[in-house]
Design a protein around this ligand. Structure first.
Ligand code: UD1
Ligand code: UDP
Length: 365
């Protein structure tokens, strides 16, 4: 038996690792353990519940308004203890969070081979997104297996000197997760007015905290003010830096619904119901194009250029006029809207997890 520990810490990691955990568990030769760092507590539990995953080990790391250095130090210490005790043959983790960076580093110290799911995404700017670009560069430097979602992610790794023999283009497992639920057309369970066009908003990036996030919220309010036929739905990330500003600037608007983070199924239902999505989320940039929903990305740069190149996602940053102008154009101009509302899926075909497990099967003899 090959002992594989799958590490998950935050909401998107659990969504994107769930298909991998499921595929590994289906093969008797793998002894699969799930380690939840619980860098996110409530949002991780939400996802684990939906996908029926029970962690074997739970580090319960999250603290309110946690700082990056403290989070990193605590994760590294706890992961060190687990790897020492469990002695896995392989560790897998997905993405670019502090959980993933510390998992790769702890594996390096223990000389345990580390497989990086969603490898090779880069903006080339260590401050954007912050701290994720640094996290994935470190994970990429330390990984034994690089599971790149796209060819351009593979090219990024080759440019950094990673050997071609260690990189596989698998697609992104988020599309596996999405297709496993999208056919259900889940209900949002929220007071959505069907006679209005739904604008779905998510925002949580650390580099946007402060003035940029204030500007984003003012722009969302302006879009609602200008368009009587628009309703905004914004599931607000629990980070206090986000909660305070979102509720202060948007909480009293009659056509803006603020709610706690949605479970994955209702959120997919909200994306399916949306006319337009405004988001700084990585996962949403990948899922929405597959559902044919235009996304205005509330960031200066993206490590996911494929959907931008396909013309179905547009970078608008955090400038008030730019956000309002681009959203208004899509609300007013049917041709501009139709050009962006094409269902394309540059990030995967729903079979990424099977490819990842296939590589491990082959390489672990
Ligand atoms: C983290 C990741 C980011 C990822 C995002 C996904 C880092 C540094 N950041 O950002 O890359 O895009 O998750 O959502 O790894 N909180 C709760 N309950 C929860 C989750 C968070 O109350 O279930 C609050 C806590 O006060 C916590 C704070 O949010 O301290 C920040 O959580 P943290 O994981 O540090 O950062 P995120 O902004 O969530
Ligand atoms: N998501 C969710 N509920 C919400 C908002 C988002 O389930 O209220 C899902 C979304 O479909 C995507 C993932 O969470 O798969 C994105 O997570 P997040 O935006 O927190 O992180 P990022 O992708 O930016 O790292």
């Amino acid at each position: 038996m090959t002992k594989v520990i799958c590490i998950v810490g935050t909401r998107p990691e659990a969504i994107k690792m769930a298909p991998v955990i499921r595929a590994l568990a289906a093969e008797p030769r793998f002894d699969v353990r799930v380690l939840a760092t619980a860098q996110h507590r409530q949002m991780l539990d939400q996802v684990l519940r939906v996908f029926g995953i029970e962690p074997d080990i739970d580090l319960d790391i999250m603290r309110p308004n946690q700082g990056l250095a403290t989070l990193t130090a605590r994760l590294l210490l706890e992961l060190d203890g687990v790897l020492l005790a469990e002695k896995p043959d392989v560790v897998l983790a997905q993405g670019d969070t502090t959980t993933v960076m510390t998992a790769a580093l702890a594996c390096f110290y223990h000389r345990i081979p580390f497989g990086h799911v969603e490898a090779g995404l880069r903006t080339g700017d260590l401050s954007n997104p912050f701290p994720e670009e640094m996290n994935r560069v470190v994970a990429g430097r330390l990984a034994r297996w690089h599971f790149a979602p796209t060819e351009s992610a593979r090219q990024n790794l080759l440019r950094e000197g990673v050997s071609d023999s260690q990189v596989w283009v698998t697609g992104n497992t988020v599309i596996d997760a999405l297709v496993s639920v999208a056919d259900m057309q889940p209900d949002t369970g929220l007071p959505i007015d069907d006679s209005k066009r739904l604008v779905l908003v998510t925002s949580h990036r650390r580099e946007n905290f402060g003035a940029p996030f204030e500007s984003i919220c003012r722009a969302v309010r302006e879009i609602a003010d200008r368009n009587e036929d628009v309703q905004v739905l914004y599931p607000v990330h629990p980070n206090p830096n986000v909660q305070t500003v979102a509720h202060r600037t948007l909480g009293d608007h009659p056509r803006i619904v603020l709610c706690p983070p949605l479970d994955y199924l209702p959120f997919v239902g909200a994306m399916q119901r949306a006319y337009l999505i405004l988001s700084d989320s990585g996962g949403v940039q990948e899922e929405a194009p597959a559902l044919g929903k235009p996304v205005l990305v509330l960031r200066q740069e993206t490590e996911r250029p494929e959907a931008v190149e396909a013309g179905v996602v547009r970078l608008v940053g955090h400038d008030f006029d730019r956000i309002v102008g681009e959203a208004q154009r899509l609300l007013d101009d049917p041709a501009a809207y139709a050009a962006m509302a094409r269902g394309v899926s540059p990030y995967g075909d729903g079979h990424a997890a099977g490819r990842i497990v296939g590589v491990l099967r082959e390489h672990l003899g």
